[in-house]
Every structure is written in C-alpha cells, then in structure tokens.
Ligand binder design. Structure first.
Ligand code: NI
Length: 199
C-alpha cells in the first residue's frame, strides 16, 4: 500500500514535472537575468528596430556574420527547421533575429540577401561598430576579428570568432532562455510551445 502511494506520488511528479511550478524548459532558463534587456539597431530593410517592436512574439536573437562558414548558417537553418516543426500558426508568432557582429561587411543590403534566404520571416539587424560593441557587452557576447591566414587569401581578408548561442524572449519581451549551439531541435520546439502558451 505504501509502495503504491509512493508510485502514485512519483507519477504525479512526472506529470507535473515536480519543479515548483516553474515550466520545465529543455534549454537553459535564465528568467530574471539582469542583462540582454533590449537593443536599438537597423533591420535589413533600413528600419530602426527595438525589442519592443516584436512584442506578442517569441523572439530568438542570434549573433553572427554572413561570411561565417559553419555555425551561423547552421543555426539559421536549424531555426527554419524549428519553425517548420511548429507549424504555420505558431511559426507566425516566432521572430528570429540575426544580429551581425561584422557590421563593416554586413550592410543591410547584404543582410537582406542572406538572412531571409533561410526563412522569409527572419530579420537581419545591424548597427554601427560602436553600437554593435555595446550590444555585445550588454548581451555578454564575445566576438573578435581574426586576420585571414590561409595562403592565397586576399590581403585584408578576415574571419570573426564569436559566441554561439541564442537568447529567447517570451511574448511579453522578457528574457527567458539561453540556447546553446547544437541543442536538439525538439527541445527548442517544446520550449517555444511553452512560451507561446504563456508559460
Ligand atoms: Ni558564425
């Protein structure tokens, strides 16, 4: 009998996730963090944008650069996969933002060619080198120019080292999650659904 009540309790725990009423996110819950509160940048159409413009949507922000050979295109392709898995109704309530940490090369025109190619709703954002540096600091994002060393590369060519990972905001504009690069898509889909459902 005792074992049975224990089993019932365990089952109740599993069903309720036994987590003090907090939603059980698959990604890192950073609710209440006192950084990455917002930004003022220009989108790939030339329009001034802040985080408030995207209220009502789950917002995912990723920092990168269009010349990136691996992490950036992979992340954007994965986010497209997440939207596909969410389905059209939920996908409409998700906004993916790509912030360039290479504003010298990534003009709004270049971002307009690159970012929406992954998904028409994706938006590229850029700022002056100073605004970019300030935002990166606010968001605890690291980036650094790395001179091109490959033989035969054009002089002055460079790459960028940068943090990989995304920040996710709920529809009220509150910072909620940090998503490490390479996390399974299913976890993101589940977390976006929780946030879209008002968790
Ligand atoms: Ni990259």
């Amino acid at each position: 009998m005792l074992l049975r009540s224990f089993m019932a309790l365990m089952l109740a725990c599993v069903l309720a996730a036994c987590n003090d009423g907090k939603p059980s996110f698959k990604n890192t819950d950073i609710t209440g963090a006192d950084y990455a509160k917002g930004f003022a940048l220009t989108d790939h159409t030339g329009k001034a944008r802040t985080l408030e413009d995207f209220k009502g949507k789950v917002v995912s922000i990723f920092f990168g650069f269009t010349h990136c050979p691996d992490v950036c295109p992979t992340t954007l392709a994965e986010m497209k996969g997440v939207l596909d898995k969410l389905g059209p109704d939920d996908a409409k309530r998700v906004q993916v933002l790509f912030v360039t940490i290479d504003p010298e090369r990534d003009t709004p025109a270049l971002l307009a060619n690159y970012v929406p190619a992954f998904h028409p709703s994706f938006t590229g954002l850029s700022g002056s080198p100073e605004a970019t540096a300030k935002m990166a600091k606010d968001f605890k994002v690291f980036y650094q120019k790395v001179p091109g060393k490959t033989p035969g590369k054009t002089p002055g060519s460079y790459s960028m080292d940068h943090s990989a990972g995304s920040y996710v905001y709920d529809p009220q504009g509150r910072l909620r999650l940090f998503v490490r690069h390479g996390m399974p898509l299913e976890g993101l889909v589940a977390d976006f659904k929780l946030l879209l459902g008002g968790q």
